[in-house]
Design a protein around this ligand. Structure first.
Ligand SMILES: NC(=O)c1ccc[n+]([C@@H]2O[C@H](COP(=O)([O-])OP(=O)(O)OC[C@H]3O[C@@H](n4cnc5c(N)ncnc54)[C@H](O)[C@@H]3O)[C@@H](O)[C@H]2O)c1
Length: 339
């Protein structure tokens, strides 16, 4: 291990390949491991001071144990459930993630899915091409978003931006449910916050799910919650798949109580080929791409570059998840700058 040109392992290439050159230009020895093979990763980790990991690869205790000189591990985005953070803390390794990059792309994508469901976009495209559209189009109902009541679960970066867009772009009546909300955010977004989830659901002609995934939010929306929505409601999930119980959703779609759904995230992901949702006409699917715009990918890469190089200089980066790791007697915080 040398002090000059610290080794940084990228487990899979970065979203924006310009990040590789940015790290090299900063004096980093970049090693890319483009395989899910954990043994190859463990080999590459010899002497490495930082690891960047792209989901769905998992940084387990076994991986961290192989990185004897790791000072910092960076996620590729917001989610941290692919990293064993307690195991990193135990070993004195700092973990960082990247906040706020879903705000614009995921709020835009949520609106796209609401509109696609309300206007039956996927049916229309398919039916135009196979010639069936012209005999069927007047039998369908198409809805307007303007003026509708929209309930948002989770008023963080994405939820609050979505609220603003719906309120000022579509004159919606926007309700929110978020027991941990930052009041400054709701004031800015001008949302009516409900302290009772069911009270919000009962009014939500459109429901959008964008909370973080926690023990509280896992399976938060099931049969009882969907049954509380007004008949014909549209359900959109762009947050995390496990927040919404898919069996309950299929039941509500089959009964017609839920009119349509738009899902960028599902659990499990990807769905097995024979999953009933894949045959469901009322569902618009996108393959977990809401946050993956060119602009957001570039922002995430810049953030990873900044946080990794800051950590290699021995300074605290912007979004540490386990400060304790660098404050304990096992701390791997570089004493001198490595760059
Ligand atoms: N589809 C995609 O491509 C994509 C991209 C980026 C982010 N995301 C997901 O979107 C979600 C929101 O991201 P964000 O950047 O707005 O995060 P954020 O941390 O700013 O917001 C999350 C919000 O969830 C709230 N929350 C926590 N527990 C809750 C509960 N029990 N009920 C309701 N709300 C609760 C928090 O208080 C917080 O306000 C995350 O789950 C993230 O993983 C998806």
């Amino acid at each position: 291990m040398t002090l000059a040109n610290p080794k940084v392992v990228l487990w899979r290439p970065m979203y924006d390949l310009a990040g590789h050159d940015m790290l090299k230009d900063a004096g980093v020895d970049v090693v890319i491991v483009d395989t899910p093979n954990v043994d190859e990763l463990k080999q590459a980790l010899h002497g490495a001071r930082a690891l960047w990991v792209r989901t769905p690869e998992r940084v387990t205790a076994e991986v961290l144990e192989a990185g004897k000189h790791l000072a910092v591990v960076s996620t590729s985005g917001f989610g941290t459930d692919n990293i064993d953070i307690p195991a990193a803390t135990e070993r004195g390794i700092l973990v960082v993630n990247h906040l706020g990059f879903g705000r614009i792309p995921v709020s835009e994508h949520s609106i796209m899915l609401i509109l696609a469901a309300a206007k039956r976009l996927v049916w229309g495209d398919k039916a135009y091409r196979d010639g069936s559209a012209w005999t069927q189009r007047s039998g369908n109902k198409y809805f307007e978003l303007d003026g509708k009541t929209v309930g948002i679960v989770g008023l963080g970066y994405i939820g609050s931006e979505l609220a603003r867009k719906l309120k000022y772009g579509f004159r919606c009546n926007v309700l929110g449910y978020d027991p941990h909300v930052d009041p400054r955010i709701t004031n800015l977004a001008d949302v009516t916050v409900k302290s009772d989830l069911f009270e919000m659901l009962a009014e939500s002609e459109v429901l959008v799910l964008v909370p973080e995934l926690t023990d509280e939010t896992r399976n938060m929306i099931g049969a009882k919650e969907l049954a509380t929505l007004p008949p014909g409601a549209i359900v959109v999930n762009t947050g995390r798949g496990a927040v919404l119980d898919l069996d309950a959703l299929i039941g509500a779609l089959d009964s017609g109580h839920v009119g349509a759904a738009g899902l960028d995230v599902v659990y499990p992901e990807p769905l097995p080929d024979d999953h009933p949702l894949l045959a469901h006409e009322g569902v618009t699917l996108s393959p977990h791409i809401a946050g993956g715009t060119v602009e957001a990918s570039s922002g995430l890469t810049q953030s990873a570059f900044e946080q990794i190089t800051t950590a290699l200089k021995g300074e605290f980066p912007k979004f540490p998840l386990n400060r304790l790791a660098w404050e304990s007697d096992k701390s791997r915080r570089p004493e001198d700058t490595l760059l």
